[in-house]
Each structure stands twice: as structure tokens, then as C-alpha cells.
Design a protein around this ligand. Structure first.
Ligand code: SF4
Length: 372
């Protein structure tokens, strides 16, 4: 426990935090694998469960149970856990929420993580509402990449979907990111039949104008999606048919990657992606895990149980002890949630993953809590 005490002493010491933690970590970089031989490479860090929108596919109800603020990990605690994760082979970190830009002083955390040499890809997913105010600070703090959620180009539809009148702010945020020069800007669109499936072409054309790669995501029946139904899923096959009717030939981009999006090329060279989690799950290559803002670690988007890292951290567990907890958890991992959901016969009905009552009892099951 002395090492942890030393770490806390150093954390109070100021700006050299990440370097100091790095120096006390074991030096050998490891790779740990789960029961299906999938490495742990990717952690999505939720920095808050709060959100300033109420998107129907993520937060369809009127009221929510929020995580207690006292349970939120501090930036120092997050940085410490990231050190443990990166020592175990993680090299991709994505900041998520809720809406991550609601977390106060987020660029401070970005700067702490951007200094860590083992993180090859430091990205952030945002709904864009606060982006025009924060794009400069995030860029200067060293954020590598940005993904902005944009489900529609129609302000009225946006308001109906999100129950907030903020479309103009999202577009301003995307423009601010473009002007700031973020490379690899992506726009994520959840496609729902009867809602925005008629906007695929408009969104691709908008992406071209702002220099962003558009990724279409199938509507998923994750925790919190209490209004999901198979009827509303506009599948990858549907999307490609719709896009071919307009653009003609569409080529598949051949690449070896564990990224969730399969990428395609239009005749003019424009690249777009489809994340077909519902109809063509990609669990067999999944190297992702999720850490909630209060330190629960989930090994799958569909997992109903997580591993509590906050308690041992605050009880004074050493970095090695935390590494042992994470290693044991990952090595026992058998999760392949999307594949199992796909195999369910009753999925075609309105069978949701988690019933509303249970979500009220355990907010960790909500998608906005664990990050999409
Ligand atoms: S469902 Fe779970 S295992 Fe499958 S890709 Fe998503 S997070 Fe990974």
C-alpha cells in the first residue's frame, strides 16, 4: 500500500503527475487476452453520466437516476487507472459520457492523458452542443481525434429526437472543430427507419463539405433503449442498397482492424463507415471495454455486471493490485453480447435488453452511463 500512498502524495504535487506515475509503473508492456483470445487494447472512459440532450435511442424516458457526484472518479484517479490499463496493453482511449464536455475542465484531463506515450489514439465522442466553446482548448490540450454525433440535418427532427432545441449549436461545434484543424473528424449517425433513413445521402454530402467521415450506426437494443424494436432497425444491407441507388458502385475498403466500422468507398473516393452491431455483430474481434465515471469497469456494452475499480483504488490498492484485478477480469471475459442478442428468437418483438424498473435500480445499465 505504500506505493499508493506515494502516488497520492505525488498527485498533490502538481503538473508532473502523469510523468511521475509512469516512472513507478512496471516497465514491461504486456498483452492480456480473454477466453476468445481477444486482447485488451481499448478503453472507453466515461467522464460523466450527465447529458444535455435526451436522444430517444439512448435516453427515451423522462426521468433518470444519476450516479452520486461523490462517486465520480477524479482526474487523478482516472489517470492512475489509465496507467494500469496502458501497462496491460491498452493503447486506445476514448473519452465518452453522457456528454463528456459537461465535465468541468475536461481539457485538463485531456492534457494529462495526451502526455502518456503509450496512448497511440486519444479520441473523444461528443454530441457537439458545447464543442464550439471547447474545440480550441481540447485541441491545444492534445486531443488526437474527435467524433461528433449527428443524426439529422433537420432542426425539427433534431428537436423531436433529442427533446432539445440545439441543432444549430451542434452544427456550429462541427464547424469549430473543422476550423481548428482536427484530423480524422468523424460524424456518427444512428439510423432509424422512418426517422432519418432518408438522410443518408444528405449526411454524406454534408460530411464532404466539412471534411468529416460519416459513420452510420444501426439502432441497437442496448440497456436504456427501452423503445427499441427490430422494425425500426435500418440495416447495413438497407443502407448500402439506398446508397447504391444514388451513388452507383460502392467498394468495400479492405483493411485489418478491430474498429467497429466497416468502411466503404464511393466512386469519387469519399469514405464512409457502417457499424452494423445489430445485424452483423463483430464481437469476435472486440478489444473494447468501458469504464463508467464512477469507476465500474464493463467488459461489453451489453454486460449487466461490471467490476468495481473505484473501491479498491480508494481503499489504497497498489497499482500492481489493480493490474491483477483487471487482468483476472479480462482473462475470464466471455462476453459477446451483440452476437447473443442477434441469436435470440424473440428479438424481432419489442423485447428490450433491460426493463425500465431494473434501469431505475441500477443506472449503470443505462447506455448514457457506460458510454455508447
Ligand atoms: S457486444 Fe460486447 S463483445 Fe460484442 S462488440 Fe459490442 S462490446 Fe464487444
Amino acid at each position: 500500500m505504500r506505493i499508493m500512498g506515494d502516488v497520492f502524495a505525488m498527485l498533490k504535487g502538481g503538473p508532473m503527475i502523469s510523468q511521475q506515475i509512469d516512472t513507478i509503473m512496471p516497465t514491461g508492456l504486456q498483452t492480456i487476452t480473454d477466453t476468445f483470445d481477444r486482447p485488451l487494447r481499448n478503453v472507453r472512459l466515461s467522464v460523466t453520466d450527465r447529458c444535455n440532450l435526451r436522444c430517444q435511442y439512448c435516453m427515451p424516458e423522462e426521468e433518470y437516476v444519476w450516479l452520486p457526484r461523490t462517486n465520480m472518479l477524479t482526474f487523478e484517479e482516472i489517470a492512475m487507472l489509465v496507467d494500469v490499463f496502458t501497462d496491460l496493453g491498452v493503447d486506445k482511449v476514448r473519452l465518452t459520457g453522457g456528454e463528456p464536455l459537461l465535465r468541468k475542465e475536461l481539457p485538463v484531463l485531456v492534457r494529462m492523458l495526451a502526455h502518456k506515450a503509450r496512448i497511440k489514439d486519444l479520441a473523444l465522442t461528443t454530441n457537439g452542443v458545447l464543442l464550439s466553446e471547447q474545440a480550441d482548448a481540447l485541441y491545444e490540450a492534445g486531443l488526437h481525434r474527435l467524433t461528433v454525433s449527428l443524426d439529422t440535418l433537420d432542426p425539427q427532427r433534431f428537436q423531436a429526437l433529442t427533446r432539445r432545441d440545439m441543432h444549430v449549436r451542434v452544427l456550429a461545434g462541427i464547424e469549430a472543430a473543422r476550423q481548428r484543424g482536427f484530423h480524422g473528424l468523424k460524424l456518427d449517425t444512428v439510423v432509424m427507419r422512418g426517422y432519418n433513413d432518408d438522410e443518408l445521402i444528405d449526411l454524406i454530402e454534408y460530411g464532404k463539405r466539412v471534411g468529416a467521415e460519416v459513420r452510420f450506426i444501426e439502432y441497437m437494443d442496448v440497456g436504456g433503449a427501452t423503445h427499441w424494436s427490430m422494425d425500426r432497425v435500418f440495416s447495413r444491407a438497407d443502407m448500402l442498397t439506398r446508397l447504391r441507388q444514388y451513388y452507383g458502385r460502392i467498394e468495400t475498403v479492405v483493411e485489418v482492424s478491430s474498429a467497429p466500422a466497416q468502411r466503404f468507398r464511393l466512386p469519387d473516393g469519399t469514405i464512409f463507415g457502417i457499424i452494423a452491431s445489430t445485424t452483423m455483430p463483430f464481437c469476435r474481434t472486440c478489444d473494447r471495454s468501458r469504464l463508467t465515471a464512477d469507476g465500474m469497469w464493463y467488459l461489453c456494452l451489453y454486460a449487466t455486471k461490471g467490476i468495481d475499480l473505484r473501491q479498491p483504488l480508494r481503499d489504497g490498492a497498489s497499482l500492481q493490485e489493480l493490474a491483477a484485478i483487471i487482468t483476472a477480469g479480462w482473462q475470464a471475459r466471455r462476453d459477446r453480447g451483440a452476437e447473443e442478442r442477434k441469436a435470440l428468437e424473440q428479438r424481432g418483438s419489442r423485447e428490450t435488453l433491460v426493463q425500465l424498473e431494473r434501469l431505475r435500480q441500477d443506472p449503470h445499465l443505462e447506455m448514457h452511463t457506460r458510454g455508447g
